[in-house]
Write a protein that binds this ligand. Sequence first.
Ligand SMILES: C[S@@+](CC[C@H](N)C(=O)[O-])C[C@H]1O[C@@H](n2cnc3c(N)ncnc32)[C@H](O)[C@@H]1O
Length: 217
Amino acid sequence: MADKIKEAYRASKNIYDDVITQGSLLSKLYIKIFWSGTDDNEIARKVLSYIPESFLGTILDVPVGTAVFTENKWRTLTESKIICLDYSEDMLEKAKQRLKDCSNVSFIQGDVGNLPMEDNTYDIVLSMNGFHAFPDKEKAFRETNRVLKTGGKFIACLYIKGKSSLSDWLVNTILSKKGWFTPPFHTEEELIKILEHMYKDIDIHVDGSMVYFCCTK
Ligand SMILES: C[S@@+](CC[C@H](N)C(=O)[O-])C[C@H]1O[C@@H](n2cnc3c(N)ncnc32)[C@H](O)[C@@H]1O
């Protein structure tokens, strides 16, 4: 499973940014057909707006991917300490190149299911488009919660099943087979139950087959 994920992201590292940001006509068409037009750029903007402009503190960005969505935000938070973690060396390398001049940002190759960090370390854990890719979601929820300080914010966006039969079909027949997504996936109701068990003040929004939220440990 782990090798399949690394291989999938190695193979797509040069087209990833274009597809997720709808940089070409083909990727616009792909999003329009399979994702009911849900715009990842817009979701990213809403997710990042949960982090105040003047934020001072520690942030874990997991998985950072290529940092296509977080680069600009991390550049403005010069007084924050930001750790970016990803399982794929290829995706992480892209993020490193993007942010190489930012002394407030550092990088770790690792597994969200086994984070090499102390308990209660971070003020914010950000997980954009990660949970639908993580193979062990229970461990990922546990680990991201463990490293978050009490009172800290867990902010994320991810795919949920059961909202669009076309998105679900694509996820099950292509994206999961290739390793870009990894089952099992949660419904909105299942996700809310998990979050309610671990967090309070849950602000959650559904946009097509995607959900984004901010909650407090
Ligand atoms: C869809 S990308 C999202 C990247 C970025 N956050 C974004 O929104 O563009 C999913 C990422 O999850 C990473 N990933 C998959 N399994 C992981 C794991 N167990 N631990 C850490 N990262 C993982 C992949 O390497 C990939 O870079």
